[in-house]
Every structure is written in structure tokens, then in C-alpha cells.
Design a protein around this ligand. Structure first.
Ligand SMILES: [Zn+2]
Ligand SMILES: [Zn+2]
Length: 252
């Protein structure tokens, strides 16, 4: 039996907003005993990102010579993922879907997770209901393998107690949507989920995925926390999402 090594399914290079070249990322991640992926931002709505179909083609061409999983992080609210031709789709080992902005009724633009204010009158509970509406749409419509950082929320909400944000009903909606769509739940080292939700996902039969969401030398391949939490909720190491074992929805 060959030794098992975890795979970091989510990390960035200088092709989007990361600090390392592809080669540097691979060396750094491997030095930690972790298998590397590159999953750069492929979105017209991230400042430093690959923003066009032609750009995605060049991105995949750049990754091709390396022994590295070819991922990509797509924004739900951005149209690029919908426009990808099939010949590019099948070249990814895995794709990640991210809820980086949420539709707010009456607003002209979706609310970014990185905006510093909530719209007037919007309570945390009202926001969370809209957030789950979009997460359900993402799961139903977006052909991705992994939901990135499932607990990333707008900046003004991030310091609220978990129980004021996540009710049992909201958590059930999220894990049911992922289960139905066969999308893995990322345990992000960067935006760390609470254990109750990870356990709920695992108990529901949702596959777990490990992601550093690393952008720097110190961050890429750092999946100690995600791996520890996966173990704590009872996931078998070999059941953790691995594109080379479990495949991608693009070709399944
Ligand atoms: Zn992200
Ligand atoms: Zn990311």
C-alpha cells in the first residue's frame, strides 16, 4: 500500500493574487508533505485575476508542464464560469465555486464579502437568509467540485457569535444543497469553519476538501488545521476530496 498524502486543493500564484510562481508554490507545498494544486482566481470581478476565456486557456497552458493539480476559483456572481467552452472545462482537475458577493434585493450590485458595511436596515438574520438563497443557487447551477470557504461572510458580520449567524436550519440548507449537487465542503485554513457545521456536512454525506487558500510562502500547503478538523469530525483521510481519486464533475 502506498503512503497517503493530503492534497491542498486551493492555493494562489502570481497568475492571480498570490505571491509565488507555479514552481515556487509546488516546492513549498511538497516540502510540507502535501500535494499541490494551483487554484487561481478566474473571474472578471477580482482585481488580480484571469479575466477572459483566452486568459483561462493561457492559464491552463502555463500549468500543463508541471506536476500539479489544475484547479481554478470561480466567483458565483461573475459570468466567466458560464462562458467557458467544454475544451477548457475538461482540462481542469477540479473547479472551486466561491460566494464572494451576494445578491441584495433592490441593490444595483451584489454585496461583496470584502465590503466594510452592510446596507441600511439589513439585520444579520435577514442577510443570512439572502446568503443561503445564493448558496443554494450556486450549488444548483454552478458545475464545481468544491465550495470554497463555505463560511466566508461580509466583513461587518465576521465577529458576531456563530450562533447568531448560523442556525440549525441554515446549516441544514447549506449541507443539503451541497449533498444534492455532490459538491465538496472546503475546510479552509484561511476562513475557518466552525466544527458543528463541518460535522453536519460530514454526517450528511458531503465530501470534505482541504484548502489552505494560501497566497504566500507561509500559507500555501498549510492544511494542518483543516486536516485536524476533518479527522475530528470522523472523516477518513482517503475519503477527503482528491481530484485524482474522485474525479471532477466535468468528466464524471
Ligand atoms: Zn475566495
Ligand atoms: Zn482563494
Amino acid at each position: 500500500m502506498t503512503g497517503w498524502a493530503p492534497i491542498d486543493c486551493h492555493a494562489h500564484t502570481t497568475m492571480s493574487d498570490g505571491a509565488l510562481s507555479i514552481g515556487e508554490l509546488i516546492d513549498e507545498v511538497r516540502a510540507r508533505g502535501v500535494r499541490p494544486s494551483v487554484a487561481d482566481h478566474l473571474s472578471t470581478d477580482v482585481a488580480l485575476s484571469v479575466k477572459s476565456i483566452e486568459g483561462v486557456r493561457e492559464y491552463l497552458d502555463a500549468l500543463e508542464p508541471y506536476e500539479v493539480a489544475r484547479g481554478g476559483e470561480f466567483c458565483w456572481h461573475d459570468p466567466l464560469w458560464r462562458e467557458l467552452p467544454d475544451d477548457l472545462v475538461v482540462r481542469f482537475t477540479h473547479r472551486l465555486g466561491s460566494l464572494h458577493a451576494v445578491r441584495i434585493p433592490g441593490a444595483s450590485r451584489p454585496l461583496s464579502m470584502f465590503h466594510r458595511e452592510l446596507p441600511n436596515e439589513l439585520t444579520a438574520a435577514a442577510y443570512m437568509a439572502l446568503h443561503l438563497d445564493d448558496l443554494e443557487r450556486l450549488a444548483a447551477e454552478m458545475p464545481v467540485d468544491i465550495l470554497s470557504h463555505p463560511t466566508l461572510l461580509p466583513i461587518p458580520l465576521r465577529d458576531l457569535p456563530i450562533d447568531e449567524l448560523w442556525t440549525d436550519a441554515l446549516e441544514d440548507r447549506l449541507v443539503d444543497a451541497l449533498f444534492r449537487a455532490e459538491i465538496a465542503f472546503e475546510i479552509s485554513n484561511r476562513y475557518r469553519p466552525h466544527e458543528r457545521l463541518v460535522k453536519r456536512a460530514h454526517d450528511r454525506g458531503v465530501r470534505l476538501s482541504l484548502g489552505s487558500d494560501g497566497h504566500t510562502r507561509a500559507q500555501v500547503g498549510d492544511i494542518g488545521f483543516p486536516l485536524e478538523m476533518a479527522t475530528r469530525v470522523g472523516a477518513e483521510p482517503r475519503a477527503l476530496y482528491d481530484p485524482f481519486v474522485h474525479g471532477t464533475r466535468a468528466t464524471r
